[in-house]
Ligand binder design. Sequence first.
Ligand SMILES: CC(C)(COP(=O)(O)OP(=O)(O)OC[C@H]1O[C@@H](n2cnc3c(N)ncnc32)[C@H](O)[C@@H]1OP(=O)(O)O)[C@@H](O)C(=O)NCCC(=O)NCCS
Length: 405
Amino acid sequence: MTDFVVRPCADLAEFDRAVMSIGQYFGQELDAERAERFARILPVERMHAAWEDGEIVGGAGAFPFPMSVPGGLVDCAGTTVVGVAPTHRRRGVLRAMMRAHLDDAHERSEPIAALWASEETIYGRFGYGIAAYAGEVTIPREHVDYVVARERVGRIRIVEPDEALEKFPALWEGLARTRPGVFIRSPDWWDLRTLADPPERRRGAGPKRFALLEIDGEPAGYALYRHKMEWREGVSSGEVRVVEAIAPEPAALAEVWRYLLDVDWIAGITSSLVPPDHPLFFVLAKARRMRYRMGDGLWVRLVDVGAALSRRTYPEDGELVLDVRDAFCPWNEGRWHLADGVAARTDASADLALDASTLGSAYLGGIRLAQLAQGGLVEELRPGAIERADGLFRHGLHPWCPEIF
Ligand SMILES: CC(C)(COP(=O)(O)OP(=O)(O)OC[C@H]1O[C@@H](n2cnc3c(N)ncnc32)[C@H](O)[C@@H]1OP(=O)(O)O)[C@@H](O)C(=O)NCCC(=O)NCCS
């Protein structure tokens, strides 16, 4: 171990170098203009840099965005661009940055943090737990029929980015009202990240297309997608690559997908970050053919257990005492009494004992404590407590975070 100093970046030049800690793994170079744009989404002071002997050797950022949880939105530190120079790996730089990152979120009263993990072995030790699953699909063009052929509803138009910027955000926010795990994008995020389409991000495909579904003249859903055209042995082996297909209502989402599945002159349709209860599973006649490959999606860390538990809602009445272990954020340690939607410290005997990371997994209602208990992650101290806890924590739809941040 050496003496690292971790502190927020002071200016754009530091920010650019700190982001390069992970950028180098993507083959990037320092780029002041890109840093300036990125700082409009990730504020400079939310980017921590680890220093050694006057050099930046690591970086970790936090997007400040609200995230949907059962019953509403909660301020979230969106853990992002975490990287350590290959010259300094496994010397405690990440640990020091996570210390600063979670202390900072705590001081800012952000009840939760969330992330997408490059590897599933990294973040459990810092109290993050898998809170949602997501999957990739590749649907062959010959297997796109729905169980019941539908009358087309509404109309779909290709729109320009300006109109997309005007109409898409309300649909995304509509999704946030039905699904936990959706973060709210700022106008700059929409502009610079969602709608922007720099050629280096196209990975061999064409430009982003913006398709808007209107039903009775009102926006009801949208898709962002690209064409990747290829030919093999005289026939198209091209793809439609769905970047995101969003609609708050399931029927509208099925309609947006009907459009994407019907595009001519392709061999298949690909998409990722599809939740395991997506309407496609139920409307596609041959859902097997989409070869769903599921993995961990969003990870959640309860930065402040009391505030986080009190900010979400619960579908039924009931009370519960949780004994929370939290070695990395010891301010959460101890017993919490949850009743009437409010969590408070208690001396009462506990119903369940679990780590903060396990509670993070259960928090959005997508992973049941009964499932987590299968992995030995929950200790039931009173018979029936797991079932009672699942009654409280459950949520109708699986969490869905449609963008990796
Ligand atoms: C992952 C990464 C940030 C780790 O940084 P680091 O400074 O080497 O990590 P630390 O030395 O602080 O290790 C902290 C702990 O995490 C463990 N760890 C670190 N990286 C790990 C990995 N990839 N897999 C499993 N364990 C890992 C360490 O063994 C250590 O364990 P301990 O708590 O038992 O001591 C770094 O390897 C990196 O930049 N990787 C490439 C980019 C990347 O994957 N970033 C994450 C984006 S989500």
